[in-house]
Design a protein around this ligand. Structure first.
Ligand code: TRP
Length: 366
């Protein structure tokens, strides 16, 4: 059962107010106007619709189809990074039209920011066919720190269908000068002959700095700590004990049979082994409500020496509903190990359209 929101506010008004409050509580107030403007530009025509109309497009960014999701990264230096995952929605949405909208948005972003598009240009022929398949073809991540706003894009390895995904990832790495990464990556497949491990995102930073990264994400259905440990061993900086604590604190399942565990490998230029390994746990499928999700997440933050009160403030910036009244506000919790930035990230839903009713533990996708 879902509780549908109503009211005359528009999607842009709803998310714009959340962004302003998030920036304020994360020490990023100076960036708020700029981030709000960039967000509205990416969302496009869907943003001016009132929230009592149904979503223009059933975006997979969030469970209720809001085309925006927030995340707060807790950094080791005590600062916080705000990130927005956003899908461009065309006036008449569909896979091809949304891709065209996203590409014209990228042009505008490139006028606004000094984006390095060479790596995007190297792989776009692989990942952006005329008739894309799968749930999305190009998503944006807007990364907000005190010093700047950066842009990252997510491409879909299943854009030519599920069976073609491994070949696409291998070819993408090859075109980015990471040819040696593929055999190493595939040798760490936790269940080599099964289709339970699927490539879900291929992400590239669009900034031209030495920290510019390529990230390869996989979704692991019906997996657990055993598979995570196997995957993590590909990265020399993975700490198996920290990983086990994360799994026990946030999920505590032998096997995650609802939404899948997700992992990513981070590659810096020319590497064979990943310099970083992250795990994303879809906590919302493994708790009765958001109050429980918050308690677990705060335990993790404290264990890592982070200020958990910042998460309370970030949540208050996004919603004023009682946390026991729904589930899915905290969508994922992630652990980042290795370089460039180890830490914990918490993913927060905008809940523009709906809040999932509490109680549905491990019920799978709604
Ligand atoms: N909503 C999708 C999911 O939960 C995609 C997604 C959004 C996602 N943010 C994410 C996946 C963070 C992994 C981690 O799968």
């Amino acid at each position: 059962m879902r509780i549908t929101r109503s009211g005359a506010v528009t999607l842009n008004e709803h998310t714009g107010a959340q962004v302003r409050r998030l920036c304020a509580v994360l020490g990023l107030a100076e960036q708020a106007d700029e981030v709000g403007a960039v967000l509205a530009d990416i969302i496009g025509p869907a943003g001016t619709r009132a929230l009592d109309e149904p979503p223009l497009w059933r975006s997979d960014v969030a469970d209720d189809h809001t085309p925006v999701e927030y995340s707060v990264a807790f950094e080791e230096d005590g600062t916080h990074t705000l990130r927005l995952l956003v899908e461009s929605v065309a006036r008449k949405p569909g896979p091809t039209a949304n891709l065209a909208a996203a590409l014209s948005c990228l042009d505008r972003l490139a006028q606004r920011y000094p984006l390095a598009l060479d790596r995007f240009d190297a792989v776009r022929g692989l990942f952006l066919p005329d008739e894309p398949r799968g749930v999305f073809s190009l998503w944006f991540s807007i990364v907000v720190t005190r010093s700047r706003v950066a842009v990252k894009i997510y491409l879909n390895p299943e854009v030519h269908g599920q069976a073609a995904a491994p070949g696409l990832v291998a070819a993408g790495l090859d075109r980015l000068g990471l040819t040696a990464a593929w055999p190493d990556l595939s040798s760490h497949a936790p269940r080599p002959t099964s289709t339970l491990d699927r490539f879900s995102f291929f992400a590239i930073d669009l900034d031209d700095t030495p920290r510019s990264r390529v990230k390869v994400y996989q979704s692991h259905f019906r997996a657990g700590l055993r598979e995570l440990t196997h995957l993590g061993a590909a990265c020399p900086l993975t700490d198996a004990d920290v990983l086990a604590d994360f799994d026990a604190t946030i999920g505590g399942r032998e096997s995650y049979d609802g939404r899948p565990l997700v992992t990513s490998y981070i590659y810096l230029a020319g590497q064979r082994e990943p310099s970083g390994f992250s795990v994303y746990l879809p906590v919302r499928d493994y708790v009765p409500d958001d109050a429980v999700a918050l308690a677990r997440t705060k335990t993790l933050l404290c264990a890592h020496g982070f200020d958990a009160a910042v998460l309370d403030r970030a949540i208050a910036a996004v919603t004023d509903r009682p946390l026991e009244s729904g589930v899915g506000l905290i969508a994922h919790v992630s652990l980042r190990m290795g370089r460039p930035r180890p830490g914990v990230t918490v993913y927060l839903s905008a809940e523009a359209y709906a809040v999932a009713a509490p109680g549905g533990v491990a019920a799978g996708a709604a």
